[in-house]
Design a protein around this ligand. Sequence first.
Ligand code: COA
Length: 148
Amino acid sequence: MLIELREVSLENFDQVVKLKLPKGAKRNLASNVYSIATSKYFPIYQPRAIYCDSLVVGFLMYTSLSNFQKPNNYLIFRFMIDYRQQRKGIGRLALLKAIEEIRQIENAEKVIVNYDPGNEIAKHFYKKLGFIEVGLDENNEMVAEMTL
Ligand SMILES: CC(C)(COP(=O)(O)OP(=O)(O)OC[C@H]1O[C@@H](n2cnc3c(N)ncnc32)[C@H](O)[C@@H]1OP(=O)(O)O)[C@@H](O)C(=O)NCCC(=O)NCCS
C-alpha cells in the first residue's frame, strides 16, 4: 500500500471534493471544498490530497500557528479519509506522512491536532500515534500535541 500526500491541484481537485464521510461524522468537519476555498485566502494553509496506490482517498491541511504567536507549532486539521477507505490503516500512514513533511520544515517543533472531545475514534487514533492531550481550547475542542 503506497500512501502519498500531494498538493491539491487542477488534476485532483474534483476527486478531493467528492470524498465522503459516514453520515454521523459530517457535522464535525467542514467540507473539503470549503477547506480548499479557505486555503486560497490563507496561503499559509497547506492543503494535501491523500493518495493510496494512486487513488485519491483523503484530505488534510496543515498550517503554522504563526498567527497565534506560535510559529514553531504546526496544526494538522480537516483530516479525513473517505468512508469507503476507512479502517484499512490508510489514515495512520497518511498522518505519519504529514508529520514527516512538517518535520522537514526548519523551525518545526510541535504538531498539534484538535478534535471534538466526544470523538472517541479520533481520541484513540491520535493517542496511538503518540499525541498527548493537553486540554480543551476556547472552542471546547480537545488539543493534543506531539513534540518533533
Ligand atoms: C480518523 C480517521 C481519519 C481515521 O482514518 P482510518 O484510515 O480509518 O484510520 P486507520 O485505519 O489508520 O485506523 C487507525 C486507528 O483508528 C481506529 N479506528 C479508525 N476508524 C475507527 C472506527 N470507525 N471505530 C473504531 N476505531 C476506529 C482503528 O481501530 C485504528 O486503531 P487500531 O490500530 O487500534 O485498530 C477517519 O476515521 C475519519 O476520516 N474520520 C472522520 C473525520 C475525523 O474524525 N477526523 C479526525 C478529527 S478532525
